[in-house]
Design a protein around this ligand. Structure first.
Ligand SMILES: [Zn+2]
Length: 337
């Protein structure tokens, strides 16, 4: 074999070995988060006077812009509220599909956010279709569907979360739900969102759902109702397409800041370990199908060895000085794209 052939053979062998190592089952977890770079803060669930909110769309969008948000989805009930075209913030056409009071639809109590709508659902009444048909239509429109407040007012049974084909994710924090629980009993909201029963059960059943955090605000005069739950998206540019692509691929974090800002979390795979870094001392929790696997900190970084027996892992990063401030990573699935 001459020199260049030998080099070629070595390169092919090396490439093959790398491919085999990456594909070996159980040897790797797929990280959907990009590293570093700009993050866009966004709100996916809010209401205006076009449905049951108490400020009009332009006022609402300006409020979020002043609070540092790069984008919002206006999710009025069963309608696509027109973009009020406020400078300096992006509006992604959106709606919260839910039962209509006078006309109970086959949604049967489920609420879902459809983000990136091409049409107004009222045009041909597709918000009154079955859950399956709505999810099909959302997909055909290039939109993303998220299950809303799976706990309190409008529960999502596990079989629907697991069986509904085309759900991109679910709310792992909904501030309205949190406040309702806290109002009923102090500490109840915190306790519920610490367990994450709906997300955990769906993930454990093998259903790949990204987690979002939202405000679901109706009353803008009550400061407890808004800028409490949001997403931070890694989008290469400020466009609806780039934001939707990042949300679709899980390149975003879900943040809860009931009292102040949530930690900025960065994750990276370093050899077979998962490295987590935050902008302040935090408690880092590694969670798998059976619940908590390991807790590290308080520290500004942590490194987790990953057990190849787990079907997924995810990270929660909680401000060491205030447990109401927390950032959730998306799940990392074992051995897959
Ligand atoms: Zn809502």
């Amino acid at each position: 074999m001459n020199g260049s052939l030998a080099r070629l053979a070595a390169a092919v062998l090396c490439a093959l070995t790398t491919a085999v190592a990456a594909a070996e089952p159980g040897s790797s977890f797929h990280l959907s988060h990009g590293a570093g770079g700009a993050r866009l803060r966004g709100q996916l669930h809010l209401h205006t006077t076009a449905s049951d909110g108490n400020r009009d769309a332009a006022e609402v969008v300006r409020l979020y812009r002043e609070a540092g948000y790069a984008f919002v989805g206006i999710s009025d009930h069963n309608r696509r509220t027109p973009d009020p075209l406020v400078q300096g913030i992006l509006c992604i056409p959106s709606s919260e599909l839910s039962d209509r009071a006078a006309d109970r639809s086959p949604l049967a109590g489920h609420h879902l956010t459809i983000l990136g709508l091409a049409t107004d659902p009222r045009d041909d009444g597709w918000d009154r279709d079955s859950l399956e048909a709505i999810l099909r239509r959302a997909r055909a429109e290039g939109a993303l569907a998220f299950a809303n407040h799976p706990r309190v007012a409008h529960p999502w049974p596990l079989e629907d979360l697991v069986g509904a084909d085309g759900l991109a994710g679910l709310e792992v924090f909904n501030n309205r739900e949190y406040q309702l629980l806290e109002d009923a009993r102090a500490g109840a909201g915190m306790a519920y969102f610490r367990r994450q029963p709906a997300w955990q059960r769906a993930l454990k059943a093998g259903r790949r759902l990204w987690g979002t955090a939202t405000d679901d605000v109706h009353d803008y005069g009550d400061p407890r109702q808004w800028d409490r739950g949001w997403v931070e998206v890694h989008a290469g540019e400020r466009s609806a397409e780039a934001i939707l692509a990042a949300l679709r691929s899980g390149d975003f974090y879900a943040c809860r800041g009931v009292d102040g800002d949530a930690p900025r979390l960065d994750l990276a795979m370093e050899a077979a370990r998962l490295a987590a870094r935050a902008d302040r001392p935090c408690r880092f929790r590694l969670v798998g199908p059976g619940g908590l696997l390991e807790e590290l900190g308080p520290a500004e970084d942590a490194s987790f060895g990953l057990d190849p027996e787990q079907s997924f892992v995810r990270v929660e990063c909680e401000d060491a000085g205030d447990p109401s401030r927390i950032t959730y990573s998306q799940p990392l699935w074992r051995g897959t794209e």
